[in-house]
Each structure stands twice: as structure tokens, then as C-alpha cells.
Design a protein around this ligand. Structure first.
Ligand code: FAD
Length: 391
């Protein structure tokens, strides 16, 4: 989000400094690894416009970079017919229920799934896989091309208003200070800690330890489950909520993982997730055996496991807002709480954050029909669950 915001601000002619606590492209936060999915099927109607805006911005960035990070694929959602969240996602994303698609028009990949009794599946055209680390590197490179200065191993420890001058001072752990007119804070799982220390406010952004699992495709099915063969990204509603990308990054392996994980402290992570692997492996294996029988070998568990972090809000909606208060007003903007589904919207979120910082409002969001009121910090005042609702 920070790299996208830096690129967006620099594209507007702003002089931008991008600070990163660890090495550039490290694997300790939320945006590393081989793949992320894009889809417009969301139970909450405020996300599809943001996804569509982002989809256009992904194309713009790829064109400017001269290489691609997004492989378009179909997307499929599976879920119980009577699950209101599933039904809302299908409706909001304009997906087509496959039960309604007959004979020859039925995609070949549909045969891979053994849809449980009472369930259905719906496919949509807006889907795809982004190469995650490559995409972050692309936005950093584009930002640098526009004049952004990037400093890594620079942990921000304080953000304050410089008395008398009105500028915002950002201090890093070495003691060095940087002065600017505006500041955008996009520090993922570390957001609550820094915001608490600079404003005293409790922002409900909970880091979770999550696991990306790659499973071995059974011999003979390797090609069938690839993006080249037209296999979709998918999300499966119910318990466990499971998502997947087609076999791409490691030939013969497919990523199928559980959405969510146990709470963690980003500064003191226990890389082993303990007994039962936090429920992140075995329920996925059972889901695979039931819903994709004969396709994927679950004996012995996943072949590769990669840890990652979510920053969850209680309602899984983002936080995109001015930090506010007398000290910061509209000069410090925060983007956080992307709750395990923000990557696809990074370019749109970055542009919105940059416009909020530079203009005091995000015109792009308004034009795209994206309502930012869902992302205000104030939604938690007197209401710890924010926008949470049962569908
Ligand atoms: C396993 C997994 C699968 C996912 N799948 C999808 C998906 O399929 N589709 C999708 O859309 N989204 C997905 N997401 C979610 C998406 O990846 C995240 O929402 C997004 O990457 C969050 O980005 P961020 O910039 O908020 O956090 P980060 O990428 O963690 O960036 C925050 C940065 O701030 C730095 N930082 C922290 N503190 C400081 C400080 N004090 N000073 C300076 N720098 C600091 C950190 O080092 C880090 O680099 C997934 C996430 C995970 C973990």
C-alpha cells in the first residue's frame, strides 16, 4: 500500500520519501510471496467498484513498467445456496451461477469440483493472479522513476507536528528526522502499535499469523489445474473459508489455503503455529478431499508452507482515513486493516491515500463510486464491531 501510495503521489508531482523498516521486499509483513488473487465478488457492495478501479490501475502500471504482474483467469465462488454472504457476493460481483449454464457452454474446469449437496458455484470474468513481490517491486520502481526517494532499514518510531512550522516530522530509530507537509502511514500489522504511541488511540487492527499452503497435484492433472488451461482462482464459503490460485508459480503444485489464522505479535512471532497447526492445514486437506476429489494429493500435508500476516479489523473493512485530532488534522493519512483481502485493491488504495494527503479528498474514489465512509476510523467509536453485519 505504501509503494502504491508513493507511486501515486509522485505521479502527481509530489516530492516523496518512502520509508521501510526492514529490507526492501522482505518477507516479514503481508505483501510478499508468489501470488494474490483479484475478484469482484464481495458480499459488501462497496468493494466491487474499488476492485474495478484497481483493475484498470493494474493495467496502467503494467503498461508503464513494460512487464506484467497480473495473469487474468476466471474466478469461481463456491458456497451453500442458503449462505446470504455467498449470495450477496455473487450478486454484487455479477457472477453467473454454473447450474444455469448448460452442456457445451459449461467450462471444462467445472468438472474438477464435486460440489457438496446444497451448494452451488458461480463464475465471474474478473479474476486473476498477481505476482505479489514482483508487483510491490514494480510499484517501487515506478515510484523511483517518478523521483521518489526510497530508504529501507528505516524504522519510523515517531510522527509529530513540528511546533511553530506546521510541518510533520517523522523520526526513525537511528534518530534521523524527516520533515514534510504530509505523511501517509501504511505499516500493516504494526499500525496499532505506532498509532497508539503517537496519538494514544486504540485502532482495532489485529495481526494474525496465516499460512500459505502449496499442495501436490496428482499425476495426470498437472496441466488441468493451470492458468494456461483456463483453471480459475476460487473462493469457497462456509467453514473453513478456503481460497486458491491455479497452479502457476511452482509447476505441479497448487496453492489452496485457509482465510485467517491465530492472533500474533508482529514483533515477537512464534513461527511454529503450535498444536493442530492453528487449524490452517487439516481442515483444508479435508476440504480438498471432499470438493476436489482425485485432483490433489493431501497425504503428508502441503509440500510448501509460507507464513504471512493479516491485519484484521473486527468488520474486515479497511481503515482509510485522516489520523485527525488537533495535532494532525488532515495532514496525516492512515491506510491499514486490509484484513487479508487488500492486495488486489492496492493501486486504488494508494491513489486514494495520495489524493487524501495532497488534496484533502479523494476525487478518484468519488468518480469510481467508492464510498470512503465505510473505512472511517470513527466507525468504531462506541461500536467495537464497526460495520460488521450478518448477511
Ligand atoms: C497469505 C496471504 C494471502 C493473501 N491473499 C490475498 C489475495 O489473494 N488477494 C488480496 O487482495 N489480498 C490478499 N491478501 C492480503 C494482502 O496481501 C494485504 O491486505 C496487503 O498485502 C496489505 O498490505 P500492507 O501494505 O497493509 O502491509 P505490508 O505489506 O505488511 O506493508 C507494511 C510495511 O510497513 C513496514 N513497516 C512496519 N512498521 C514500520 C515502521 N515503524 N517504519 C517503517 N516501516 C514500517 C513493514 O515492514 C511493511 O513492509 C493476502 C495476505 C496474506 C498474508
Amino acid at each position: 500500500m505504501g509503494s502504491c501510495a508513493a507511486h501515486a503521489a509522485a505521479s502527481r508531482g509530489a516530492r516523496v520519501l518512502l520509508l521501510e523498516r526492514f529490507d526492501l521486499l522482505h518477507q516479514l509483513g503481508s505483501s510478499h510471496g508468489e501470488s494474490r488473487t483479484i475478484r469482484a465478488t464481495y458480499p459488501q457492495p462497496h468493494y466491487p467498484p474499488l476492485v474495478r478501479l484497481s483493475r484498470r490501475l493494474w493495467d496502467d502500471a503494467q503498461r508503464d513498467a513494460g512487464y506484467s504482474v497480473l495473469t487474468p483467469t476466471p474466478h469461481v465462488d463456491l458456497g451453500p445456496k442458503d449462505d446470504p454472504a455467498f449470495a450477496a457476493a455473487v450478486a454484487n460481483g455479477g457472477a453467473t451461477e454454473l447450474a444455469a449454464v448448460e452442456g457445451g457452454a459449461r467450462p471444462k474446469w467445472a468438472e474438477v469440483f464435486s460440489v457438496p449437496e446444497g451448494w452451488t458455484m458461480a463464475s465471474s470474468e474478473l479474476g486473476g493472479v498477481m505476482k505479489a513481490t514482483k508487483a510491490v517491486a514494480m510499484f517501487q520502481a515506478l515510484a523511483v522513476k517518478m523521483g521518489t526517494v526510497v530508504r529501507d532499514r528505516a524504522e519510523v518510531v515517531d510522527v509529530a507536528r513540528k511546533q511553530g512550522e506546521g510541518t510533520i516530522v517523522v523520526r526513525i530509530s537511528s534518530g534521523e528526522e524527516f520533515h514534510g507537509a504530509k505523511c501517509i502511514i501504511t505499516i500493516g500489522a504494526w499500525t496499532s502499535k505506532l498509532v497508539k504511541s503517537i496519538t494514544g488511540t486504540d485502532l482495532p487492527v489485529q495481526p494474525l499469523h496465516v499460512l500459505i499452503c502449496y499442495w501436490k497435484v496428482k499425476p495426470g492433472h498437472e496441466h488441468e489445474l493451470t492458468a494456461e488451461a483456463g483453471f480459475p482462482t476460487f473462493a469457497s464459503y462456509g467453514d473453513p473459508y478456503v481460497y486458491s490460485t491455479p497452479s502457476m508459480e511452482y509447476p505441479g503444485l497448487i496453492k489452496i489455503a485457509r482465510h485467517g489464522g491465530p492472533p500474533c505479535d508482529p514483533n515477537g512471532r512464534d513461527w511454529s503455529i503450535g498444536p493442530g497447526e492453528g487449524g490452517l492445514v487439516e481442515p483444508v486437506a479435508r476440504w480438498i478431499d471432499e470438493v476436489m476429489p482425485g485432483q490433489v494429493d493431501t497425504t503428508g500435508g502441503p509440500v510448501l508452507r509460507q507464513p504471512c500476516m493479516y491485519s484484521m479489523t473486527p468488520d474486515e473493512d479497511f481503515v482509510i482515513d485522516f489520523l485527525g485530532g488537533e495535532e494532525f488534522g488532515m495532514d496525516v493519512v492512515v491506510g491499514a486493516g486490509f484484513s487479508g483481502h487488500g492486495f488486489k485493491m492496492g493501486p486504488a488504495v494508494g491513489k486514494i491515500l495520495a489524493e487524501m494527503a495532497l488534496d484533502g479528498e479523494a476525487r478518484t474514489a468519488m468518480e469510481a463510486g467508492v464510498e470512503l465512509r465505510h473505512f472511517r476510523i470513527g466507525r468504531f467509536e462506541g461500536n467495537p464491531m464497526g460495520n460488521a453485519r450478518s448477511f
